[in-house]
Design a protein around this ligand. Structure first.
Ligand SMILES: [Zn+2]
Length: 86
């Protein structure tokens, strides 16, 4: 058993890429994960479907959304507003 756990631990250490993430503010409020309440995220961008945008009359949204991926559980939060790094 001990050997198995050492091997698993070594596997995690060798990944080494797990990002710590940053804290973000949207509309002046700190973003926290709706699933696990963690407060560190990795920011990304996603293009929105143009037909959908026209339907929802969201052309002002510049056709892209910000995504914040929780570094604890992996939940993705979506924002049309640009998150600020806290
Ligand atoms: Zn989370």
């Amino acid at each position: 058993m001990g050997r198995f756990f050492r091997a698993v631990k070594k596997g995690f250490e060798s990944m080494g890429e797990s990002p710590a993430g940053d804290r973000f503010l949207v509309s002046g409020k700190a973003v926290s994960c709706a699933h696990c309440a963690h407060d560190h995220f990795v920011e990304g961008r996603a293009l929105l479907n143009t037909a959908g945008l026209s339907f929802f009359n969201l052309d002002w949204a510049n056709r892209s959304a910000a995504t914040l991926t929780c570094t604890s559980c992996g939940r993705i939060e979506w924002f049309l507003a640009d998150p600020e790094e806290a």
